[in-house]
Design a protein around this ligand. Structure first.
Ligand SMILES: *Cc1c(COP(=O)(O)O)cnc(C)c1O
Length: 468
């Protein structure tokens, strides 16, 4: 084949490329900060030289040693760039599951660092000098905030539901409304989780209408639990009926059957205060008589990934004894972050300290100010190359909470006659840190609501780099 037989000219250029050993011993390279094991340096040098050889064969000139050294440094930086890295979320979706859901508060991060950096009393009773339990660190705060008798935290809400059903309903029947035997997302389907727990699903009612009587009529000696699932990522409209939670809990309770409620996001604050549809709060669900509620730690709670379980103490105790609890247990840093997050609620400072709530509470006027500052960064640009305006738009809460609900925002709309919105979005994603935007009506849209104020300067730099 042609490309395997380079011309004389190419052969000369190829001959000018150094060997791996000569490259690594060149002064331009030995002065670099390449403090890796020899085999790693050799590997990087091979990579750089192979790329140079391929370019020469295609007609490029042989790079100088200085240039090869520069490429070597770049290759090293790339190889040791962590795969998981911070990004700036300008999509306007507050709880973006693909972008890691809730950003954590400064206090949560501090608590996680403090406990992660050394030893802790994770499972150690300091007063008695004896073995303790990792779960006790969170119970007092969770009980005080929700009104529950007892509480438990595990890896995530999916784990919480699996554990609750495994501990309370294995080998027995679980009654679920037809409208709630749903897929939550990422392949997490209620009927499958139920099967995994060893419980049998008994569906009652219809997709749009289910009554208390439907549940009661389905109760048999084999019934262990009634499971309710919050419709967190869809909404059934029109001719619908859901049984009143308190009526259902009373009717089931009089027959000795606990109601477990998967709240999904499980807010501790009333979302209606922010002009949003009211999400059921954890306190309300327990006050209505649910025996057990489960919810995520990294949705509206605004903490690290976890699944919280609150409810009657004998059911929580049964879960604590179940062998799955060991497999689903939380890491010490997560417990520290959760405890600090819950403490914000106890001190009534969630709105000012928890990023998720700061974002929900942000006002369009302040968002407009921030979007206008970004717009200024584009003023210097060749006026014809970009169009930038600050316009009304909608932010979303996301993360399987408040489906279809949006918050009015002011966003920067950016477009260019010679670049598609996809191309612009791709360039912003390739920056350092990557900037993730959404595309709407043929423009790139940057919503300040989900950009942490500390990242405003980085957004300015990304926009300036884009127009250069
Ligand atoms: C998000 C959600 C889950 C899953 O929670 P994870 O914490 O992601 O495991 C389960 N049920 C509902 C209703 C949800 O909204």
């Amino acid at each position: 084949m042609r490309k395997n037989s380079p011309s004389t000219e190419h052969r000369d250029s190829l001959r000018r490329l150094p060997s791996v050993d000569r490259l690594l011993l060149a002064p331009a390279v030995t002065t670099l900060d390449l403090d890796f094991p020899h085999h790693v340096r050799v590997d990087l040098a091979r990579e750089v030289l192979a790329a140079a050889r391929a370019a020469v064969v295609k007609g490029a000139a042989a790079p100088t040693l200085d240039e090869l050294a520069r490429r070597l440094q770049q290759a090293a930086a790339q190889r040791f760039q962590p795969s998981l890295q911070p990004v700036i979320n300008a999509t306007g979706v507050i709880l973006h599951t693909n972008l890691g859901r809730a950003p954590l508060s400064a206090a949560a991060l501090q608590a996680m660092a403090a406990v992660g950096a050394g030893y802790s009393n994770l499972e150690f009773d300091l007063a008695g000098g004896t073995r303790g339990s990792r779960y006790t660190h969170l119970t007092a705060a969770l009980s005080a905030l929700t009104g529950a008798e007892d509480a438990l935290a595990v890896n995530n809400n999916a784990a919480a539901i699996l554990l609750a059903l495994s501990a309370l309903a294995a080998g027995k029947e679980v009654i679920v409304s037809r409208g709630e035997a749903v897929e939550i997302g990422g392949g997490f389907r209620i009927p499958d989780v139920l099967a995994q727990s060893g419980a049998r699903l008994v569906e009652v009612g219809t997709t749009n209408r289910t009554y208390v009587a439907d549940f009661c009529d389905a109760i048999t000696p084999a019934t262990a639990v009634i499971l309710r699932v919050h419709s967190s990522n869809f909404r059934v409209m029109g001719f619908t009926h859901e049984p009143n939670l308190a009526e259902l809990a009373t009717a089931a309770g009089s027959r000795g059957i606990p109601v477990i409620y998967d709240l999904g996001s499980g807010s501790l604050l009333d979302t209606a205060d922010f002009g949003l549809h009211p999400e059921p709060t954890v306190q309300e669900a327990l006050a209505a008589g649910c025996a057990v509620v489960t919810f995520s730690g990294d949705k509206l709670l605004g903490g690290p990934q976890s699944g919280l379980i609150a409810g009657k103490s004998d059911y929580i105790a049964a879960m604590q004894r179940h062998p799955l609890t060991r497999a689903l247990r939380l890491d010490k840093t997560t417990i520290a972050g959760l405890e600090a997050t819950l403490s914000h609620y106890q001190k009534a400072e969630a709105l000012s300290h928890i990023p998720v709530w700061q974002m929900i509470a942000a006002q369009p006027s302040e968002l407009a100010d921030r979007a206008r500052r970004w717009q200024q960064a584009l003023r210097s640009a060749n006026a014809a190359a970009f169009t930038a305006s600050v316009a009304p738009a909608e932010s979303a809460v996301g993360g399987g909470s408040l489906p279809g609900e949006t918050l009015p925002t002011r966003a920067l709309r950016l477009s260019s006659p010679d670049q598609t919105p996809d191309a612009l979005a791709g360039k912003l994603r390739s920056g350092n840190p990557p900037l993730v935007v959404r595309i709407e009506r043929d423009a790139v849209v940057l919503d300040p609501r989900t950009v942490l104020p500390a990242d405003d300067e980085a957004v300015l730099r990304a926009l300036q780099a884009l127009i250069r």
